[in-house]
Design a protein around this ligand. Structure first.
Ligand code: PLP
Length: 382
């Protein structure tokens, strides 16, 4: 398989934070679509969906224009609507909470597990009210959430798997294969990219039909052009994007193995940094679908100074994630304050994402590790 990069952003200027691996196969498949003239709603949509569903062991899959679009349609598919409550984690990308607001429902946060950094099932159970209509656990940083525990709560589940392609849960089930709507994201930093894009996997044919219709302006598959029987959106994924996705899917094992290799290099290189917490190791049958490499800095270090100092050494990094409930929009809308979710707030205040991509080499990992060591020595911490 060719590893040539079609585009190598920042490749010669330093270490990028993230970078897709794109090669001749991607180029070839996209060119085929260009030459065919069927740029959207063509044959590659179904092909991509079928191959993706097969890969994660799902009954069905629906390709959509982004992870956010997929989460929105998945919440609609489990009938979340006005005034409902959706329980989710405040330690996530903002989209996983925003999608409840799209349907005039309320995202209700519960605290996270300090080890896995995923929504704590006991905290989620304690947040259930008579208005709760769905649970939205996120497989944060590709580490599978405890789905068996969420299933015991007995409410509909939508899984935010945007960061978790390739992950396997504690029961040995690939994330996306449990039958609940599970939503993957294909933005350029993800395990598999289509530039922008997403996929909803699910086990129910009727829900797939609803999602397929709503992503396409509310059109049923057998209806005449421009006849619409329900509200819908334009959340379609083009055939150009599907071509890219199919080529990436062909080499997914290699992409995932590359990320796992880089994660192992980081673990080795950072293991002696006292006070720095590394991503939790896999246990039992759990496999992480490596997405980012996020470390928590020592309690006595100033995260923003560390990010700035790393930048001065040519190492990009970013605070990841900031707590959603403390974002200005969420504070203003719901009156959230510091102290509500102490585990999340502690983790969010200390977390930074380091450069991470499948073909990162040992020298680059060493350079990042050395820089972090130097910076923490200078600004307090280890
Ligand atoms: C946890 C999580 N949820 C949702 C999304 C949204 O995906 P997209 O950017 O494809 O809309 C992302 C993407 O970064 C994510 O990381």
């Amino acid at each position: 398989m060719t590893h040539r990069h079609i585009v190598t952003p920042l490749a010669t200027e330093g270490i990028p934070l993230a970078r897709p691996v794109l090669g001749e196969r991607e180029e070839q498949r996209v060119l085929e679509v260009l030459r065919s003239g069927r740029l959207s709603l063509g044959p590659l949509l179904a092909e991509f969906e079928t191959e993706f569903a097969r890969r994660v062991g799902a009954g069905y899959a629906s390709a959509v224009s982004s992870g956010t679009a997929g989460l929105h349609l998945a919440l609609r598919a489990v009938d979340v609507s006005d005034g409902d409550e959706v329980i989710t984690t405040p330690f996530s990308f903002v989209a996983s909470a925003n999608v409840a607001l799209f349907e005039r429902a309320r995202p209700v946060f519960a605290d996270i597990d300090p080890v896995t950094l995923n929504l704590d099932p006991d905290a989620a159970a304690a947040a259930v009210t008579e208005r709760t209509t769905a649970l939205l656990p996120v497989h944060v940083f590709g580490y599978p959430a405890d789905l068996a525990a969420f299933e015991r709560i007995g409410l509909p589940i939508v899984e935010d798997a945007c960061e978790a392609l390739g992950a396997v849960d504690a029961d040995g089930v690939p994330v996306g294969g449990r039958g609940h709507p599970a939503v993957f994201g294909f933005y350029a930093n993800k395990q598999l990219t289509t530039g922008e894009g997403g996929m909803v996997t699910l086990g129910d044919a009727d829900l797939k039909e609803r999602i397929d219709s709503e992503r396409n302006q509310g059109r049923a598959p057998n209806m005449d052009w421009l006849d619409h029987d329900r509200l819908g959106f334009n959340y379609r994924l083009s055939d150009l994007a599907c071509a890219l996705g199919l080529a990436q899917l062909e080499r997914l094992d290699e992409l995932l193995a590359g990320r796992a290799r880089v994660a192992a290099l980081y673990r080795e290189a950072l293991s002696d940094l006292e006070g720095v917490e590394l991503p939790c190791p896999e246990s039992g049958r759990i496999r992480r679908g490596w997405f980012v490499y996020v470390v928590q800095l020592p309690h006595d270090s100033d995260r923003d100074s560390v990010v700035r100092a790393l930048h001065e050494l040519g190492i990009p990094s970013k605070p990841y994630f900031p707590a959603v409930h403390l974002m200005s929009f969420y504070r203003e809308l719901f009156g959230h304050r510091e102290g509500e979710f102490p585990v999340c707030e502690d983790v969010a205040a200390r977390s930074i994402a380091l450069p991470f991509f499948p073909d990162m080499n040992e020298g680059q990992v060493e350079r990042v590790a050395e820089s972090l060591r130097k910076v923490l020595g200078h600004v307090g911490g280890a």
